[in-house]
Design a protein around this ligand. Structure first.
Ligand SMILES: C[S@@+](CC[C@H](N)C(=O)[O-])C[C@H]1O[C@@H](n2cnc3c(N)ncnc32)[C@H](O)[C@@H]1O
Length: 241
């Protein structure tokens, strides 16, 4: 029953008005509601997390294909945010374990809540630090996956208000040309892979050639740039020698 003839209770009306005021200030609906669906799961958001994007689901889909048939695969997710990539991979592959790293402590708290919510907390180790810094020297991974910040600093001012004012800068800013995180990650990635390990990175649509070159320079083989559904370059894949 819709109860359309009943007046809205004052507390409900006050909540709705507060939400409308936030939306008028340019806050995205998903932030106001506090969660976003990704790979069929609902992820809690926090002020230090990016809102997961549909194109990032490509990393999960391709990651699952790469890991298929491996007995106890180990995953490393660099710049985990809400944890959406690592957690989706763990939900879909019950034999896998993952380490997920982020520099933002509150993002890690949100990722922990999401891991608890989706029942994968025992298979996920969340660590604070910059990229590979929080890893132990002996650790090796079958899959390194990352959706790092990749917007060039001067471009941030041109983004929509929803993104510019409400997504955290740490999740967006890829340095002067947007490629700084890829340079750092790819300089070390090969050394953290198992002998048949792979790297998957999300990229901005104009970064295919530059990031592909960084994959080659990192000594990775079978390097491929995958387009998204809009036919824009979106994911770069490479394998250990
Ligand atoms: C584009 S967001 C991606 C978040 C999430 N993985 C997703 O796909 O929705 C990039 C993430 O990298 C994190 N980050 C930025 N610099 C970092 C660094 N030096 N080391 C680790 N994480 C970093 C940010 O805090 C942010 O959570």
């Amino acid at each position: 029953m819709t109860r359309e003839r009943e007046p809205a209770p004052p507390e409900g009306l006050a909540r709705l008005n507060a939400m409308a005021a936030r939306r008028l200030e340019g806050e995205p609906v998903m932030r106001i509601l506090g969660e976003k669906e990704f790979y069929g799961l609902a992820f809690l958001l926090g002020p230090e997390t990016l809102i997961p994007r549909p194109e990032t689901e490509m990393l999960v889909r391709r990651g699952l294909e790469i890991l298929e048939g491996r007995s106890a695969p180990k995953i490393l997710d660099l710049g985990t945010g809400t944890g959406c990539i690592a957690i989706s991979l763990l939900v879909e592959n019950a034999a896998a374990t993952a380490v997920a790293v982020d520099l933002a402590p509150e993002a890690l708290a949100t990722a922990q809540a999401n891991a608890d919510r989706h029942g994968v907390d025992k298979r996920l180790s969340l660590r604070r630090g910059s990229w590979f810094e929080p890893l132990k020297p002996h650790e090796r991974f079958d899959l390194i996956v990352s959706n790092p910040p990749y917007i060039a600093t001067p471009e941030i001012a041109t983004l929509s208000r929803e993104v510019r004012e409400h997504d955290p800068l740490l999740a967006l800013d890829g340095g002067p040309d947007g490629l700084a995180p890829y340079r750092t990650i790819l300089a070390d990635a090969a050394g953290w892979l198992t002998p048949d390990g792979a790297v998957l990175c999300e990229i901005g649509s104009s970064q295919g050639l530059a990031v592909k070159t960084l994959f080659f320079q990192a000594g990775l083989r079978d390097v491929v740039v995958h387009p998204d559904l809009a036919e824009l370059d979106r994911v770069v894949e490479g394998h250990h020698i």
